[in-house]
Design a protein around this ligand. Structure first.
Ligand code: 13P
Ligand code: SF4
Length: 351
C-alpha cells in the first residue's frame, strides 16, 4: 500500500482486495403493498421505541419514512449528530456500515440496528486497519485525520475524524497550528483538501467506486449542451471533475445549492439517491446526472452506491421484527475510536 501522495497517484494500478457487489434487485411493490409495508414499519418503530436515521443516498421511500416518523435524512455529519442527540434507545441506521458504527461509538448505551450489515463502502474496505496502523507508525510526526468512511478500528488510530462537510475548516485549523497531516482513505477528497488549503499531506490511496466513475470529458460535453447549468460535485470525485464544479461540497451542501442558486438547471456529480431530496425541495429545477461513462463504456456502480442500495423497506421491516443486524463494537476499541469523532463534533459545535 502506498504511503505518500506521490505514490497514491498510481493507486488505480493496485489490485483491489474486495468485491463490489451487484445492485440488489428488490421485488417491485405496487402502491397498496408499499403503503401497507410502510404502515407496518411505522407501527414497529413505535413498538420498539426506535428512530430511523437515513442517508440521502438511500431509497426515496426510506427517506420519506424517516421524515414522516420523526427521524432524519441527512449527510453523514448530521446523521451522527442527530442519532447521538436523540433519546430513543434504538436507532435504525439506513446507510452504510461506518454510519452505524459511528452511531454506536457515540452512543454505546443505544441499540443500533441496520437493515443489512454487509452494506459497507469501498473507502472503508480499501483501508485495512493493520496496514493503516503501519502507515501511521511510519509517520509519527503527522496528525492522523481520517474520513468518516472508515472502520472503527481505523478511527481508533486517528487524532481527528472528518466528514466532507467539515473537512476543510478542520484541516485549515490544523494547518494554522503548523501540523502535517496523514490523511486516509479517499485520495480524491485528500487531493481536493490539499489543493484548497496547501497543507502538507501524506495520503492513503483509497477511492469511492461511485464518484470515481464521473468522467471529465463527458461532463465537458454535457456542459456545452446545458451552458446555463450549475455543476455540483461531491469532493470524492476525481480532480478533473471537481475542476469543472460551481459548487464542491457534502451532500447537504449540494442540496442547499439547488434551492439557493438562481440557475434553473443543475448537473450533479454524486450518487443519484440525492435526486429524491433535491426534486422534493426544488420541483421546478431541472436536475441532470453527471455522466459516469461514455456511450458503450462499462460502469461498475453507474452513479448509485451498491452498498447504499442494500437498504430497502423490506429488510428494514425484518430488522425491526427480529432485532438482528445489531452493530457491536468492543468497548476498548470504542473508547479509542470515540476520541477523533468527539473532537470533530466539539469543533463543529463552535463553528
Ligand atoms: P456526505 O457526508 O457528504 O453525506 O457523504 C457520505 C458519503 O458516503 C458520500 O459518498
Ligand atoms: Fe462509500 Fe462511495 Fe458508497 Fe459513499 S457512495 S458509501 S463513499 S462507496
Amino acid at each position: 500500500m502506498s504511503t505518500s501522495s506521490k505514490i497514491a497517484q498510481d493507486a488505480t494500478k493496485q489490485p483491489r482486495t474486495f468485491e463490489v457487489p451487484q445492485h440488489p434487485k428488490w421485488p417491485l411493490l405496487d402502491e397498496g403493498e408499499k403503503e401497507a409495508l410502510k404502515a407496518r414499519i411505522k407501527q414497529l418503530l413505535i413498538e420498539k421505541n426506535a428512530v430511523l436515521v437515513a442517508h440521502y443516498y438511500t431509497d426515496g421511500d426510506l427517506q420519506d419514512l424517516a421524515e414522516e416518523t420523526g427521524g432524519c435524512v441527512s449527510d453523514s455529519l448530521e446523521m451522527a449528530r442527530f442519532g447521538h442527540a436523540h433519546d430513543a434507545p434504538t436507532l435504525v441506521v439506513a446507510g452504510v456500515r461506518f454510519m452505524g458504527e459511528t452511531a454506536k461509538i457515540l452512543s454505546p448505551e443505544k441499540r443500533i440496528l441496520m437493515p443489512d450489515l454487509n452494506a459497507t463502502c469501498s473507502l472503508d474496505e480499501g483501508c485495512p486497519p493493520d496496514q493503516f496502523a503501519a502507515f501511521c507508525e511510519a509517520h509519527p510526526d503527522h496528525t492522523v485525520v481520517v474520513y468518516a468512511n472508515t472502520s472503527a478500528a481505523v478511527k481508533a488510530h486517528a487524532d481527528w475524524m472528518v466528514t466532507s462537510s467539515i473537512a476543510l475548516p478542520i484541516i485549515k485549523h490544523l494547518k494554522a497550528r503548523g501540523e502535517k497531516i496523514l490523511w486516509a482513505p479517499d485520495r480524491h477528497l485528500g487531493h481536493y483538501i490539499q489543493s484548497v488549503t496547501g497543507v502538507d499531506m501524506l495520503m492513503w490511496d483509497g477511492s469511492c467506486v461511485v464518484h470515481e466513475e464521473f468522467k471529465s470529458v463527458a461532463l465537458e460535453r454535457i456542459r456545452k449542451l446545458h451552458p446555463d447549468a450549475a455543476v455540483l460535485v461531491h469532493p470524492e470525485s476525481p480532480a478533473d471533475v471537481i475542476e469543472q464544479a460551481d459548487v464542491v461540497g457534502s451532500t447537504t451542501a449540494l442540496i442547499n445549492a439547488v434551492t439557493r442558486m438562481a440557475n434553473s438547471e443543475f448537473i450533479v456529480a454524486t450518487d443519484d439517491g440525492i435526486f429524491h431530496k433535491m426534486a422534493l425541495l426544488a420541483p421546478d429545477k431541472i436536475l441532470i446526472e453527471a455522466p459516469t461513462a461514455g456511450h458503450g463504456a462499462t460502469c461498475e456502480s453507474c452513479g448509485h452506491c451498491p452498498w447504499m442500495a442494500m437498504n430497502a423497506l423490506q429488510n428494514l421491516e425484518t430488522t425491526l421484527q427480529t432485532g438482528n443486524n445489531e452493530i457491536r463494537i468492543d468497548e476498548t476499541l470504542r473508547k479509542r475510536a470515540v476520541l477523533p469523532i468527539q473532537r470533530m463534533l466539539d469543533f463543529a459545535s463552535k463553528q
